[in-house]
Design a protein around this ligand. Structure first.
Ligand code: ASP
Ligand code: MG
Length: 431
């Protein structure tokens, strides 16, 4: 008998029909002789709708106790309604909030981190023959007793954390596409599904905008050596297995699953949520970069790319450009403005009309000519490159937001990733 954790995203349970379809799949898994623990997200766009509602009664929505209380209501609706749909099929199910399931977090509202997972009630429930259903993306802070959320998309992390704590055989993440694709099928209709991807590559894809898996869930699964299986709740297809290793950490166990010759490139990710800040005319002396980044770090701003260039026509000063999440844009501008005198810069330019494109592949390490082919594809598509950053297995650029989709398609084609007729988007509004 296996223990299987299944997580269903919002678009898989968008309406009553969806809930019934998912209930059927869960009961089939149970009837095949498995123990099943389910993690569920809020129905459809419920979380966004709750945020919109909050925006109607308050001028600034900021993370806090009440917002977390509000948002976790979304997952409580889906867990209860799913349990009822399972009862209707003649199986036993019990739903649990994050705190009932023992998801203990720190106190950071809106971005809480798990500090402990004690799924005793879940174990008890499955021992009694139930299917246990757990509300995703939430926990409780033990010190304050307050309800917290793990951040947008955090139900994946709930599922992985439960699977690790329960020592599950597999953690299945169900969404509205057939698995991990070489690009977002909503943008690239010729994208194809990967049968396997290493967690190393998946981390880069998720960190650079691929929304199929929550970044922290991939990190968590890798740490606990847990296999993730990404599949569609709408089709019976096999999906993608995320193998918890990097290609240079082969062990006898995972070696059989990783293709012997890793393809050069595993995919193209894109991100529309970034903004770019340029601090113009920073004095070109030791300590000024430290002062700029000190101001930003004091304000808890998470930075992504950083570029410093010395303009040749203005001796003694330099420009520093950086990218960050748009959601932190205003906070970053305020932090810099507050230190304008001390930092001695002349101006700050803020631009949200940027997009980030990333090419990811473990084979990049040994393959040559990747950079040329990448920039050549962008140039032939008429895409201007604004900033560049790289890791061992990734090249990223910042481009004009209006050029981003064209750029993604051009790079995807240039690396021979196009395939006709595989990319189906079954549901979701893409919100
Ligand atoms: N419902 C939450 C969100 O939309 C959590 C999740 O979907 O994983 O972000
Ligand atoms: Mg969601």
């Amino acid at each position: 008998m296996s223990l299987i954790v299944q997580k269903f995203g919002g678009s898989s349970v968008a309406d009553a029909e969806g809930v019934k379809r998912v209930a059927r799949r869960i009961v089939d898994t149970k009837n095949a002789g498995n123990d099943v623990v389910v993690v569920v997200s809020a129905m459809g766009d419920t979380t966004d709708e709750l945020l919109d509602l909050a925006g109607e009664v308050t001028s600034t929505i900021y993370p806090g106790r009440e917002l977390d209380m509000l948002l976790t209501a979304g997952e409580r609706i889906s867990m209860a309604i799913l349990a009822m749909a399972i009862h209707e099929l003649g199986a036993k199910a019990q739903s649990f909030t994050g705190s009932q399931a023992g998801m203990i977090t720190d106190g950071v509202h809106g971005a809480a981190r798990l500090v402990e997972v004690n799924p005793d009630r879940i174990k008890e429930s499955i021992t009694e023959g139930n299917i246990a259903i757990v509300a995703g993306f939430q926990g409780i802070n033990r010190e304050t007793g307050d309800i917290t959320t793990l951040g947008r998309g955090g139900s994946d992390t709930t599922a992985v954390a439960l699977a690790a704590a329960l020592n599950a055989d597999v953690c299945e993440i169900y969404s509205d596409v057939d698995g991990v694709f070489t690009a977002d099928p909503r943008v690239v209709s010729t994208a194809h599904k990967l049968d396997t991807v290493t967690s190393e590559e998946m981390l880069e894809l998720a960190a650079n905008g691929a929304k199929i898996l929550h970044l922290r869930s991939v990190e968590y699964a890798r740490r606990f050596n847990l296999k993730l299986h990404v599949r569609s709740s709408f089709s019976g297809l096999e999906g993608t297995v995320v193998i918890p290793t990097s290609s240079d950490e082969l062990t006898p166990v995972n070696m059989k699953e990783i293709p012997l010759e890793q393809p050069l490139i595993s995919g193209v990710a894109h991100d529309r949520s970034q903004a770019k800040i340029t601090v113009v005319g920073v004095p070109d002396v030791p300590g000024s970069a430290a002062a700029v980044f000190g101001a930003l770090s004091q304000a808890d701003i998470n930075l992504d790319m950083i570029v410093q260039n010395v303009p040749t026509d203005r001796p003694g000063v330099t420009d520093i450009s950086l990218t960050l999440d748009q959601a932190q844009g205003q906070q970053a501008l305020d932090a810099l403005e507050a230190k304008r005198e001390e930092l001695g810069f002349s101006e700050v330019i803020y631009n949200e009309k940027v997009g980030k494109l990333s090419l990811v592949g473990a084979g990049m390490r040994s393959g040559s000519g990747v950079s040329f082919a990448f920039f050549d594809a962008l140039s032939r598509a008429g895409v201007n490159v604004d900033m560049i950053s790289t890791s061992e297995i990734r090249i990223s650029v910042i481009t004009d937001i209006d050029k981003l989709d064209d750029a993604v398609r051009a790079v995807h084609a240039a690396f021979g990733l196009d395939v006709e007729g595989e990319a189906t988007v079954y549901g979701g509004t893409g919100r």
